[in-house]
Design a protein. Structure first.
Length: 493
């Protein structure tokens, strides 16, 4: 028959199943406190450093305790709260392994001190010993509290005995955002949480004993142990708690001694000092937060540069990023036109006018076109939107009009630039009778293999890149011989 101790443990287990999470935590804390007292009654003052127990040496080498001023009721109350915070934090961070936010640990602390716990009281404790406690608002995402995507009721990530039994996740959420949320909606709910932690000491990680299951020092390197949650021994946790309590006591004694020497009221002094330790959340102006979206329509007319600069300066995020004299306005210069030394066909004139609205050429365009007509090699280096494209489009169209077997190759480093130039060239060819159906294609790594032979044989103009030229076209010169023999123009940008 089961003995009395077994019955008590079974009854306690059944009781815990009926309790809430908060009540269960308090019950386990009570067990932890009682065990701590039983196991460490004889060693509560062990391993305390010289700073933890202030003592003075007499001339004969005998130690005696320093005289400390009497504690006001406020400091006695803070000491009780500190002990409760110390116990709850150590238990939650080592046994429960969850983030010790103020809202998470407050119920357990209140059950120990038998009264409400407020932020201002914790701030006073921090003011007494700021080097050992962190009490601030932190970004919620840094604590990994947003686990909506992992709190599933489905069996998506259970370990199955057979691989084929595994299921695919029902949504594509990543990092805590489900498919029903977005950056704007998820961030609007809560930005920061109030976080509490002691930062004055770390426990040495232990491993469970294979026979008893009790925490023990590892016999081999921790990296060789199986992956599992860290465990810590009851004894070292109790000693750490006692060290923190003693350090707080020493800090209070030091604070009271300073107030006594300066002849100030310690309670009033602590009230004023604690104001700077009351945590405040970051100020977020919700009205200024605008979630960027793709506009319904793209404007056809571009804004002028002065309008864009003024819009930037009027933005809420603008803080003088444009340096002094960084914005200059140049007076417009009148265009300088030039004349061609040869005549274009009427089809080309019509195509240029209908597709681009051009009736005359700039001086640099006319100079380059005249040089190309004479069979010279030309390098054009002008500003953006100065009409360079027209310089290497018109000679190709002129050559195709004279000989439809002519070929041209445009070499561009990016696919986007090649597609833009291909579109511009086809727009003009659409207005030229006899050239509307001319094959103008892209030949790059994305071109299907089934289409490459047809492009090589039928295309009059191809748009490619340097890699394809050296890897595919030149090594297969025999297949490209017809194209290369009729090649009139090579354009590179």
């Amino acid at each position: 028959m089961p003995d009395l101790a077994t019955k008590k443990r079974a009854a306690a287990g059944a009781k815990r199943k009926r309790l809430s999470v908060e009540e269960t935590l308090n019950l386990e804390l009570s067990d932890f406190s009682s065990h701590k007292g039983d196991d460490t009654a004889d060693s509560e003052r062990e391993n305390l450093s010289a700073n933890d127990q202030p003592q003075s040496e007499t001339k004969k080498g005998q130690k005696k305790e320093q005289e400390t001023p009497p504690w006001p009721a406020l400091f006695a109350s803070l000491d009780k709260t500190h002990r409760a915070l110390n116990l709850v934090f150590t238990f939650c961070s080592t046994r429960k392994h969850f983030a010790t936010t103020f809202e998470a640990i407050r119920p357990a602390v209140e059950s120990h001190i038998k009264r409400k716990l407020c932020i201002e009281e914790v701030a006073k404790i921090v003011a007494v010993r700021p080097e050992g406690i962190n009490f601030n608002y932190v970004d919620k995402s840094t604590l990994e509290l947003d686990i909506k995507a992992s709190e599933r009721k489905d069996d998506s990530f259970k370990l199955f005995s057979k691989r084929k039994e595994q299921q695919v996740a029902h949504d594509a959420s990543v990092g805590g955002w489900t498919d029903g949320e977005s950056l704007g909606t998820a961030a609007a709910e809560e930005y920061e949480v109030l976080f509490f932690e002691f930062i004055d000491g770390d426990l040495k990680r232990q491993v469970p004993d294979k026979k008893t299951g009790e925490p023990t020092n590892p016999q081999r390197r921790l990296r060789d142990e199986k992956l599992q949650m860290p465990v810590f021994g009851q004894g070292q946790m109790a000693k750490l708690i006692e060290r923190r309590n003693q350090r707080f006591t020493n800090a209070v004694n030091t604070f009271l001694k300073i107030c006594e020497n300066e002849k100030v009221d310690p309670c009033m002094a602590l009230e004023g000092l604690a104001e700077s330790f009351v945590p405040k959340p970051s100020e977020v102006e919700d009205d200024d937060i605008v979630v960027s979206t793709i506009p319904a329509t793209i404007p056809k007319e571009r804004k002028s540069i002065p309008e864009i600069v003024q819009e930037i300066r009027g933005s809420p995020w603008y803080t003088g990023q444009i340096v002094p004299d960084g914005h200059r306005v140049f007076d417009p210069q009148p265009p300088v036109h030039g004349d061609l030394e040869f005549l274009l066909t009427q089809n080309i004139v019509n195509a240029v006018y209908n597709a681009k609205g051009i009736t005359s050429f700039y001086a640099h365009q006319a100079e380059a076109l005249n040089a190309l007509y004479e069979g010279k090699n030309v390098v054009v280096a002008t500003s953006t939107s100065s009409g360079k494209s027209l310089i290497y489009q018109l000679p190709v169209l002129y050559a195709l009009e004279q000989d439809f077997e002519s070929r041209a190759m445009y070499i561009f480093p990016t696919k986007a630039l090649a597609q833009d130039q291909r579109r511009s060239l086809k727009d003009m060819m659409a207005y030229m009778p006899g050239l509307e159906g001319t094959v103008v294609e892209t030949f790059d790594g994305d071109t299907p293999f089934s289409s490459r032979n047809a492009i090589r044989e039928q295309a009059r103009i191809i748009f490619t890149n340097p890699d394809m030229l050296h890897i595919t076209i030149l090594p297969q010169e025999e297949k490209w011989r017809t194209f290369l023999k009729n090649l009139k123009y090579v354009v590179g940008e």
